[in-house]
Design a protein around this ligand. Sequence first.
Ligand SMILES: [Mg+2]
Length: 304
Amino acid sequence: MSPLTALLIDDDPVVHDLINYHLEGVVDRILHAEHPASGIALATHDMPDVILLDIEMPYMDGFQVCRELKQLSLTRDIPVVFLTSDNATHHVARGLDLGGVDYVTKPFVAIELQARVRAALRTRRLIELLRVHAHIDALTGLKNRGALEDGLARAAAGVARKGGGFAAVMLDVDHFKRVNDTYGHGIGDEVLRRLGATIGVLCRPTDLAARYGGEEFALVLPETTQATAITVCERLLEAIRQIRVSAPGGEFGFTVSAGLAMAGGDCPADDVLQRADEALYHAKGLGRDRLVIWAMAPADEPGA
Ligand SMILES: [Mg+2]
């Protein structure tokens, strides 16, 4: 785990000494800035876990600094604790309205300062947990659609920077409605969970596997040739054919259809998921339980 870091922005050198003294053991490291601008620079560069921000500073007060920090995506979620010698309610309210999580009045009471900093650090951890969970599909534990879009953007940026290519795959459970109608939604969910687990196990650490929605899943395989992507997909389809799901009437299996499209070279990254989806539609039309690779020829078979 990276060391817990606090950043202190205050124009008074004495406050820096006091904070060093009082926060020993509460955080692992304290960064110091005596000017607002250098404080903002340190915040964006070092991404501290909490920022202690003096309100009364020359040239640019703490409110302005806070406003800037909250506008920058890098620093937006770092909790800000205001330090003030003016504890007038309107003053404090303004700081909290600007996005500060708390305030401490000078002169400090050591245990209060420490408790408020610890509380701010808890807030920081919760924000990080939320950020992680915001990218996970609750049913399958795979990434969700938002994370998939981020992954696609990263893969596309990688191609733009280094050349090469990446693969996108769309997968869809065959006759999923029939599973739900026959066994109920509980068993339908179990199919999706088992499928998600199998996809998760067979993907390489650099691959991104996501639930696209419903019974549809998507993979992004960065820096991958078409031949490798086909191997990954065929292995996955075979593993999925082996899954057995328990139901009241006995075990049953299921299959998926898959569409693969490559990005890179002449193939624009923006279209890759759409193309994989077209190939998936084609795979359904050809009888399901198979992989189809996107090619220029339009897929005109009816899907299902
Ligand atoms: Mg001051």
